[in-house]
Design a protein around this ligand. Structure first.
Ligand code: ACO
Length: 382
């Protein structure tokens, strides 16, 4: 019998490929997309430009960005059968299930669906970035009883998203803050959903299958669903003065506090820092509910940092402060994880395209710890 190999549970600490798309420095709390720090991009760029950056690994010229924005705008409308499915399911089904099914259906009307060359995958990526935002907005709009609002190609990606969601032209400040949220969620190296998309693509399946896998993976509360869970917790806490008792009891019961902790960051997630700052800036104009949620979030953050942040390396992650920001924008909790998907799609596509350039089927090993050559007992003798 050979010695048992070292098992890397959850593939923790395992490198499976190399890439210049994203650097997550979990020790120093730094994040870079294609070499640009997240602070630089959040302060100077926008989601559309970041999509171009991730797919091409360089910033666009003004004319390249203009062409890219027009391509995104021209791909927004959804096929009739996808709209029908959203209209049938949005009110009665989990929104991530609707999104996963709708994205899978997009393959049927995509003329490039069966072509797995890189130019075709780039075209599909642009369509997916554009159409996933439309699916999410349509889900929200249908659920609110407004039906499918057709896209407006004269608007930018985020402005149009809010327009399709609410049926009215959004305020500039809402577009700006949601753009930042999309930008901050656009990419994060080999996180669980990106990895699952790459695993699917590595079998030489196809782009729609890979992105569908990624959406299914993002759904879980340990990954994309944490922002919903964090806001639910803030609502359960109810008032800032109840925060300490709630968190202390949860920790004593060995419960995880959603929106804290990260596989890679063992310090403050730099995206959480930016979102926290935006949330604090909103305080002057926010309504009572958002101010209350913000105060609960700040009290929980302080306590968690003091209690287990420094000692156990469990700090706020990108999901912790998102809920109050989305609440300020009037976005319902059930859309948080779908919005995460609409933000992360450029990252998924960029990694899938890059991995396919030097594809190697991903197939790790599992160490067998059972017995061998067991006697088969006929069913009437067991
Ligand atoms: N609250 C309290 N304790 C925590 C938390 C938390 N949020 N996160 C980790 N811990 C504790 C664990 O209980 C465990 O303690 P133990 O060693 O005494 O058993 C220890 O820290 C290690 O935790 P693991 O879950 O084993 O670490 P892992 O690297 O697998 O987990 C994860 C990372 C899944 C993100 C975890 O921190 C977690 O569940 N956080 C809450 C969910 C969350 O916010 N997810 C979003 C992540 S960001 C993103 O996906 C966009």
């Amino acid at each position: 019998m050979v010695d048992a190999p070292e098992i890397k549970h959850g593939l923790e600490g395992v490198y499976f490929t190399e890439s210049g798309i994203c650097k997550v420095d979990g020790i120093n709390g730094r994040l870079y997309y294609c070499g640009y720090s997240i602070e630089t991009l959040a302060g100077n760029s926008n989601f559309e430009e970041v999509c171009y950056l991730l797919l091409n690994e360089r910033l666009p010229s003004a004319s390249e960005l203009s062409v890219f924005r027009k391509s995104l705008a021209s791909e927004r409308d959804l096929p009739d059968e996808v709209v029908m499915v959203i209209e049938k399911l949005a009110k009665s089904s989990d929104e991530m299930d609707v999104l996963r099914s709708a994205v899978s259906m997009l393959a049927f009307s995509d003329k490039d669906a069966a072509d797995d060359t890189e130019p075709s995958n780039m075209r599909k990526s642009i369509r997916l970035i554009s159409k996933i935002a439309s699916i999410v907005a349509a889900t929200g709009s249908v659920r609110a009883g407004r039906g499918y609002v057709r896209p407006d190609p004269s608007m930018g990606h985020i402005e149009n998203f809010l327009y399709m969601l609410n049926g009215s032209k959004p305020k500039d400040e809402h577009v700006k803050i949601l753009d930042t949220m999309f930008l901050l969620h656009a990419e994060h190296s080999s996180n669980a959903s990106t990895f699952s998309g790459i695993v699917t693509a590595s079998t030489l399946s196809d782009m729609h299958s890979a992105v569908t896998s990624a959406i299914g993976t993002l759904k879980g509360p340990l990954h994309g669903g944490a922002d919903e869970a964090a806001l639910q917790m803030m609502r359960e806490i109810g008032r800032p003065e109840h925060t300490v008792k709630y968190i202390e009891e949860a920790l004593a019961g060995k419960k995880k506090i959603m929106g804290f902790g990260h596989r890679v960051y063992k310090t403050y997630d730099p995206r959480a820092r930016i979102i926290k700052k935006r949330l604090e800036e909103l305080q002057g104009s926010a309504d009572e509910e958002v101010r209350n949620l913000t105060n609960i979030a700040l009290a929980a953050e302080k306590l968690m940092v003091d209690r287990i942040g420094k000692s156990h390396g469990i700090w706020p992650n990108v999901d912790f402060f998102s809920g109050p920001v989305y609440t300020d924008l009037g976005i319902d909790i059930y859309l948080f994880t779908p919005i995460f998907a609409a933000s992360r799609i450029p990252g998924w596509c960029a990694h899938i395209i890059q991995y396919l350039r030097e594809n190697k089927l991903i197939r790790p090993l599992e160490y067998y710890n059972g017995t061998l050559d067991r006697e088969y007992v006929p069913i009437d003798k067991r």
